[in-house]
Design a protein around this ligand. Structure first.
Ligand code: SF4
Ligand code: SF4
Length: 346
């Protein structure tokens, strides 16, 4: 496994990282087996979040306190002083460790939130104190908005940046990846398979392997998935001509169906969280039922049912996605899924 220096953190991690969202959906034994297999295969970067229900706890059980050579990364759920304080304590407990290697502000969604995070009395101050106390070794951020991610990198306050990056959602390639390199900020590519939408694993992974300073973070649910990806990572990285043309074909086919969660379509007059709803395929594939049928996703879908089809979002989406049509489709599919779930629960 190739190793990558994670920017100014000076931590050296495996090129391929393990993303802990999907292990919420399987049994605890299966989740532990998946994490252990990833470690055997040479993965040393393990990523999760406090919001991913049992993911931290399962990772903690899988590593059993044996963290030498591993980089454990997690994130708080709530980006306030109090939220960060309590989520950090919770993460330490769930992971069964006394310190976290990389603690990242989760989904910094706009410049206002970035300012709030960096306020001298804000949540960054809490984490910097936690760093001095040895509970956190490095501080990073994740975002889906390219302008926010760029500002975060330029601020000099974050040691890593996590951003969606794959051969379709590839905005990061032009500016963000070079900017991160210039500022010596570690770059972690999330959604390399766009939450399971990109089925050609070989092409998706090979595309990202060409960026030397990028850690490729893949959400893994099954041992067979990581074994397939490892074969690509350990094989020749260059795309063949056939793979190159297949990538171009897929780009043409999927480009106007994939939401980048950039939020340029907002505001919606009905207050619909459009990018959350547009993440439907990824969310319903990777999250456990309790997160799909209750909480903020369920609330977002209930709001989406109130869409008046005003068309504002269609006009604003720079990727020309048929947003209102897609929202209507997801609302229908959600109702069908919910019915099935309720029938099973009876
Ligand atoms: S629908 Fe379009 S504008 Fe809205 S978040 Fe998705 S890609 Fe961005
Ligand atoms: S079409 Fe629906 S989702 Fe789009 S802006 Fe109008 S109300 Fe909101």
């Amino acid at each position: 496994m190739e190793m990558v220096r994670l920017g100014k953190t000076e931590m050296i991690v495996s090129k391929l990282g393990f993303g802990g969202i999907p292990i919420q959906r399987v049994s605890e034994d299966e989740a532990i087996a998946v994490v252990k297999r990833c470690l055997e295969l040479g993965i040393t970067y393990i990523e999760t979040a406090n919001a991913y229900t049992n993911s931290e706890e399962r990772i903690g059980k899988a590593i059993g306190g044996q963290r030498e050579g591993l980089v454990l990364a997690t994130k708080p759920h709530i980006l306030t002083r109090e939220g960060v304080e309590s989520d950090l304590q919770n993460s330490l407990k769930m992971l069964g460790v006394e310190s976290i290697d990389l603690y990242q502000f989760h989904n910094v969604s706009n410049l206002g939130t970035l300012d709030m995070v960096l306020d001298p009395d804000g949540p960054m101050a809490v984490l910097e104190e936690a760093k001095r106390a040895g509970k956190v070794k490095h501080i990073g951020a994740s975002s889906h908005q390219i302008d926010v991610a760029k500002e975060a990198v330029k601020s000099g306050r974050f040691e890593t940046i996590m951003f969606p990056f794959n051969f379709i959602a590839c905005e990061a390639a032009d500016e963000l990846v070079p900017l991160a390199r210039e500022h010596d900020v570690g770059f972690i590519a999330m959604k390399p398979l766009h939450g399971g939408v990109l089925r050609n694993v070989t092409i998706a992974i090979k595309y990202l392997l060409q960026f030397p300073n990028v850690v490729v973070l893949v959400g893994i649910e099954k041992i067979s998935e990581i074994e397939e990806i490892i074969r690509v990572v350990e094989g020749p990285w260059q795309m063949t001509e056939a793979e190159q043309s297949e990538m171009e074909r897929l780009r043409a086919e999927l480009d106007s169906t994939i939401c980048r969660r950039c939020d340029y379509c907002l505001p919606c007059p009905e207050g619909i969280p459009i990018s959350l709803v547009m993440d439907f395929n990824c969310y319903t594939k990777s999250m456990p039922s309790e997160n799909i049928f209750s909480g903020h996703f369920a609330e977002g879908l209930a709001k989406a049912a109130e869409c008046t089809k005003c068309g504002d979002c269609d006009e604003r989406c720079p990727y020309h996605l048929p947003v209102q049509e897609m929202i209507a489709e997801y609302v229908d599919r959600y109702e069908t899924l919910k019915k099935k779930y309720q029938e099973q629960a009876i």
